[in-house]
Design a protein around this ligand. Structure first.
Ligand code: MG
Length: 378
């Protein structure tokens, strides 16, 4: 399978695993973009020889330019550099794996070039789902999910899409590192505790989101937009083992599940190769030794972030952008050691009550909602 791929966020967890898949499947890394990790970007550029290596941080880009002076890799800096990588005509595919709202503009830029966009940046859809998908339609860009849950649903919907037979989408949730803890116990958990995820190794922001269960809430909103399902038809089930990646329940009560080892390289690869399946680097699932699989209900009282996200999903409009903006700012403060774990939902709740949601927003209204929500967290 020959694809020429731009990776937006190549030095992050998804970016690095994407390069594994690209190497194993004989694809080409045409352009790489990241925020500021000079050392790793240099290594990736030397190994994969992309046409472009871009770093959003100008100083880091200047450093990279010196380091790569003996190669013919074109080094770019700043948001403009990242956007150039996102729109590079030598790539037919973009993996959108930048973290947070910062991924919105580069992702949209790739969409406007009509590229195949493998979407790992969930914040983009949470904040601006309908607008982003409308642009994808207008520019003929195909958007495929990289998030493991959404990839699972995508796979379970194949052959049965759009026939009105889907009763419910069910997202599985590992429960995170604090599964089983009550509110009082969560009062005392630290940044280090929150950064220990039982099954997946990911970046700091998403790991904290997995600990608060906000990650699952964001995924509910993402699924709502990707599969045009109302919030009421999306459920969350706790599944500690992360083997069933999500399910679709049909009107005849049949449930289809997609299973696999917890390895992001499979959903990344499927987004790249769909509708084909090819052998790849992901770990096979050993059913005979994986132990029992368990399922249960989430505890919305101990994990209010999930309840807040479900509320934002029902409200719609800019509620997703408000929820996300406040959460990004609050998680930033938590990671900086400025606030406690339970302050994250408190701050998100405050933003949701102070900033009014607007229905069918324009992009400007979405950006305004994001800014206003962050303002309440300061
Ligand atoms: Mg996920």
């Amino acid at each position: 399978m020959s694809r020429k791929v731009t990776i937006l966020g190549s030095t992050g967890s998804i970016g690095r695993q994407s390069l594994d898949v690209i190497a194993a499947c004989g694809m080409e890394a045409a352009a790489l973009a990241a925020n500021s990790s000079v050392g790793l970007m240099e290594e990736q550029a030397r190994q994969f020889r992309p046409s472009i290596a871009a770093l959003a941080d100008e100083k880091a880009a200047a450093d990279l330019r010196v380091r790569l002076a003996d190669t013919n890799v074109h080094v770019l800096g700043g948001l403009e550099g990242v956007l150039e990588a996102a729109t590079f005509s030598g790539a037919d595919t973009a993996i959108a794996a930048l973290v947070g709202m910062a991924g919105l503009r580069p992702t949209l830029a790739s969409i406007r070039e009509g590229k195949r966009v493998c979407l790992a940046n969930k914040e983009t859809l949470v904040c601006a789902g309908p607008l982003v998908l409308e642009e994808a339609h207008d520019y003929g860009a195909k958007v495929y999910p990289v998030d493991s849950e959404h990839s699972a649903i995508f796979q379970c919907l194949e052959a049965n899409r759009d026939r009105g037979e889907v009763k419910r989408l069910i997202l599985t949730c590992s429960g995170g590192p604090f599964y089983g803890k009550k509110r009082e116990e969560l009062q005392r958990v630290t940044r280090e505790d929150a950064l220990q995820h039982p099954n997946w190794s990911m970046g700091a922001k998403i790991t904290v989101d997995s600990a608060t269960l906000m990650n699952k809430g964001l995924e509910v909103i993402e699924a709502m937009h990707l599969y045009r399902m109302p919030a009421e038809k999306i459920s969350v089930v706790i599944h500690r083992e992360s083997i069933v990646h999500s399910l679709v329940e049909y009107c005849d009560n049949a449930m289809l599940a997609q299973m696999g080892a917890p390895d992001m390289r499979l959903p990344i690869q499927y987004a790249l190769t769909y509708p084909k399946r090819v052998p790849g680097p992901s770990t096979p699932l050993d059913l005979w030794n994986c132990g029992p699989l368990t399922f249960g209900a989430p505890d919305l009282e101990a994990f209010p972030c999930l309840a807040l996200a479900l509320e934002a999903a029902k409200t719609g409009g800019t509620a997703g952008a408000i929820l996300n903006g406040a959460n990004e700012a609050a998680v930033g403060q938590f990671l900086a050691g400025k606030i406690g774990f339970l302050d994250i939902p408190a701050k998100v709740e405050k933003a949701m009550s102070q900033v009014r949601a607007v229905q069918e927003p324009t992009m400007q209204e979405i950006l305004d909602a994001d800014a206003a929500a962050r303002e309440t967290v300061m």
